[in-house]
Design a protein around this ligand. Sequence first.
Ligand SMILES: Nc1nc2c(c(=O)[nH]1)N[C@@H](CNc1ccc(C(=O)N[C@@H](CCC(=O)N[C@@H](CCC(=O)N[C@@H](CCC(=O)O)C(=O)O)C(=O)O)C(=O)O)cc1)CN2
Ligand code: MET
Ligand SMILES: [Zn+2]
Length: 719
Amino acid sequence: MLTHSTILGYPRIGPRRELKRALEAYWDGRLSRDDFDRVGADLRADTWRRLAALRLGELPANTFSEYDHVLDTAVLLDAVPDRYRAAADPYVAMARGADGLPPLRMTKWFDTNYHYLVPEIGVDTPLRLAGDKPIREVREAQALGFDTRPVVVGPVTFLLLSEPAPGSPAGFSPLDRLDDALDAYADLLAALRAEGVEWVQLDEPALVTGEGVAEARRAYDRLGALTDRPKLLVASYYGELGDALPALAATGIEAIGLDLVRGGPVDPAALGGKTLVAGVVSGRDVWRTDLDAALHELSRYPDVVVSTSCSLLHVPYDLDAETDLDPALRERLAFADQKVAEVVALADRLARGERGVAPTARTAASDARSTLDSRAPYPERAASQAVHLGLPELPVTTIGSFPQTGELRAARAALAAGTLDVPGYERLIEAEIERVIRLQERLGIDVLVHGEPERNDMVQYFAEHLDGFATTRFGWVQSYGSRCTRPPIIHGDVRRTAPITVRWTRYAQSLTERPVKGMLTGPVTIVAWSFVRRDIPLRDVVGQVAEAVREEVRDLAVAGTSIIQVDEPALRELLPLRRERQDEYLQWAVAAYRHATSSAGDHTQIHTHLCYSNASEVVEAIDGLDADVTTIESARSGGRILGQLDGFGRGLGPGVYDIHSPRVPGAEEVGDLLDAVLKVVPAERVWVNPDCGLKTRTYPQVEAALTNLVTAARERRAD
Ligand SMILES: Nc1nc2c(c(=O)[nH]1)N[C@@H](CNc1ccc(C(=O)N[C@@H](CCC(=O)N[C@@H](CCC(=O)N[C@@H](CCC(=O)O)C(=O)O)C(=O)O)C(=O)O)cc1)CN2
Ligand code: MET
Ligand SMILES: [Zn+2]
């Protein structure tokens, strides 16, 4: 049997973002491959030592990644599209693109703010054991004296998250290749057994969506029946297994991981005698666990290992680093290391025969805010906006942010350290806004932005200016590759006490005759990218934030802002993973957005922006937002969203520049994407814009790319 405590995974970016810095230095050629590898090895060693020091029973391995664990799995299985194989570093080329080669598509990992690279699987994509990363990590741990349980994305989830390679026959699905994948997994299991590995964890979070149940049965019947293999833990998380639980329980695997925080309790008999790896400590929030309630739940199962509900990838490392937090709030919090300590404490108490107490029922009843829709129907608004704005056909705009330069970040750090005063900081921000305005005028952009230089992050910035939020100094969580965020903590009622953005928008507008878009983050996104209080329903928290955004929209409009963009890139993120719960969510999420924007008059043009959203799943809801203009990610997915937007009756800007790659698209490439848009959407409603904000890019890249956007738009206007 397993020892009695474990975790499904641990953060990997480093407590001070060591991996981020090393990655960026390695990509820039400032760090050698050897030195980069050493940073990774140190992070892995520190992780195992830390977990052992916290007295965790069973340590995971292969939780590290140089970019993304789904990409790691594709490389492990040799599922590398041919076009990348000749690149100097195929892994980096798939992640970030290389000369002339766009990267793989990137999208959200389930309902989290983590993003993975989407593998492409075709009828004859290789699926064979070609790599040895899990084996290397196991050996590395052994050399340090630790026996570990390697964690690998499971075959069903891997294939469900993949997309058909371009040119696949109609009706082909990557899951059709399950048997080939299982051959490779069988080889991997044999190889790990040969290393003396006792347990392997195969992650199958995709099963909580209700898909892949029959395939999971087939996969684990087959892997379970192998004789030359370690014991198998199949881990599910982010929800309940539903029908997949009896399917797994009927196979020959040894243990099942359940998310008991999100999934709720199961009948112990349903486990078919397997060990339960019981996820009772939440990996999705920063709240302390109710240990008595968790113990009560744990004591229902005969053969149990205490665990986290999912990997700790989504929470910061260590609360002890946050010395500035209000002590009353700190008492309620637990980051990764505190959660590990909770798991260990629970295992100790369980071993002593403690049984805990049932939790008291939570209060629920939601008093959803009703929308005060005051805007006229779109055609009327559009007419009044057209007169007011006088824009050319195919107007060119950007999504909001311009490059966040090292000087800006350093200035913010200096402001926080007290070595730069507020007026000095504000002068710097104004200078940056002026630079951004002049640049856009020079490039011939039609609707300008102020560039968001004053914002550390589009959510954290608003959190810092609203009551009810706390923010952290070191609470970094990986979003993708080297990019991280510090999710704010919503711990009380949210309220706006003063205007937040009006000053900067007004300043930007004072510099130019062209319209400057006001720029706000929407209520769903602010909540989705924060850690949320649990004592009131989510929709009520979103309702409070919507009210705050509504006040800001009103103040911007009163200040004369003629276009206001309210971003909702996370609209799909909070979408329940199971279909049957999705409609209700979409209804209140859309209502919150409409409430937030309802304080604008009809002549104020409302824009919204979505990205990474697999927007196809929420097209109707996007329509329901009723924004006058919607800018949406499209370039990186080859414009796939276009097929679904023909019914969309308002302004539309499918991105024609993939800003997530350092690659600059030529005017012709941009023109081709634009032509594809013009085939589906009438020209008078098409906008020309990048996929997302430009904050992660450099000025030379941005200048070159936007020049090409303007060129492509002007050529088509002339036609
Ligand atoms: N919250 C959130 N989620 C999102 C997005 C987003 O924009 N925000 N976009 C999508 C993609 N995800 C992204 C997530 C992060 C970043 C990003 O660029 N993050 C920055 C950090 C942004 C930030 O908080 N910056 C702070 C702190 C910067 C910093 O590193 N400061 C230095 C000190 C300053 C120096 O000398 O450089 C330090 O702390 O060590 C600031 O500007 O003030 C990064 O990883 O580098 C981009 C996209 C989806 N999810
Ligand atoms: C992740 S969506 C980003 C929207 C934001 N306005 C920006 O341009 O950065
Ligand atoms: Zn975006």
